[in-house]
Design a binder for this molecule. Structure first.
Ligand code: ADP
Ligand code: MG
Length: 306
């Protein structure tokens, strides 16, 4: 199956500085893809290039299997995007604002305004002018704008910036619902670890313009399981004993003397005894907690970013 979005060697250079450097992204149909990186990492620049708003210095963008050398108009008809805070007519209601956009675009179906308002739970705000809206309501109206033409792929650049926890949760639920019920593919950027963790199927870690890694959330959780840390005299000696005598198979070798066991149901006292009996020195056996936050921090440049 074609990827919804693929970039190959995507690069944007400003003078000697790379804002985005050799980025290879892969977003599969139906996926919620979280582009995670601290401020200045290159998220907006990447998204603006994908949307054809910024010319890449180098590299390729492939949307719905089509190369974007000279993007055709109907490709963007299949995409809805919210980049930066949208501007509205403050003296009009949500519905009136959407109606204007709908008329401008000209291709909307009869109920597109109502449907979009329903999706973002603004259907009951019939009297309120946008100027009386909270930031969260404005963001949801912005998302409604991006959704009105029922796109297959939505791109949201830090849609929860500046929102309070309830506003953030509403956006998160909305995105999950769009994905689950409508099968929409989502690219969402954020600098907030917890947000991406709670929403994304796949995470792309971007740091200083470089996409360090793309991993499924399942794989990230898998790598950050609790484990038993073991330090022994010789790992190569310990491994066959663990396998044969104790039927332990789920482990990872760190170096000559250190390893991690992911089976937490083993009897540690017995394991220690069996190893020592078989001539393997054991200097450490301890249970360690996996730390997803630490993992995220490392992948995004190492300092606290949210
Ligand atoms: N028009 C520009 N001219 C020069 N540098 C830019 C320009 N736009 C962005 N940058 C730089 O590119 C880097 C990435 O920026 P940006 O994509 O906005 O990051 P993010 O959205 O992840 O916060 C930053 O160092 C930023 O200063
Ligand atoms: Mg940005």
């Amino acid at each position: 199956m074609d990827m919804v979005l693929q970039t190959a060697g995507l690069t944007k250079q400003y003078g000697a500085q790379y804002a985005v450097h050799n980025v290879n992204m892969h977003i599969a149909p139906g996926e919620i893809y979280g582009l995670l990186g601290r401020n200045g990492a290159g998220k907006t620049t990447t998204i603006r290039m994908i949307m054809g708003l910024l010319q890449p210095t180098e590299g390729e963008i492939i949307l719905f299997g089509e190369r974007m050398k000279s993007p055709t108009k109907d490709i963007f008809g299949r995409i809805g995007a919210l980049i930066e805070s949208p501007s509205f007519y403050e003296n009009l209601t949500a519905k009136e604002n959407l109606k204007i956009i709908s008329d401008l675009r000209g291709t909307q179906s009869k109920n597109s305004v109502e449907d979009a308002l329903l999706l973002v739970n603004l259907e009951n705000e019939t009297k309120k002018k946008v100027r009386q809206f909270s930031l969260g309501m404005k963001q949801r109206l912005g998302i409604a704008m991006a959704l009105m033409h029922k796109p297959e792929f939505i791109i949201l650049d830090e849609p929860t910036n500046g929102l309070d926890p309830i506003g953030i949760q509403q956006i998160r639920l909305l995105i999950k619902r769009l994905s689950a019920e409508n099968g929409v593919t989502v690219l969402i950027s954020s600098h907030i670890l917890s947000e991406i963790e709670q929403m994304a199927d796949k995470v792309g870690f971007i740091d200083q313009g470089v996409l360090a890694e793309e991993l499924s959330m399942d794989e990230i959780r898998h790598r950050n399981r609790h484990y038993v840390k073991m330090t022994v005299s010789q790992v190569s000696q310990a491994v066959p004993i663990l396998e044969k005598e104790l039927a332990i198979s789920d482990f990872e070798i760190i170096n000559d003397t250190e390893m991690k066991l992911y089976q937490l149901d083993v009897n540690l006292e017995k394991m220690n005894r069996v190893l020592v009996t078989n001539g393997v020195g054991v200097s450490e056996i301890s249970v360690k907690k996996g730390n997803l936050e630490e993992y995220f921090l490392k992948r995004t440049g190492g300092v606290s970013i949210g």
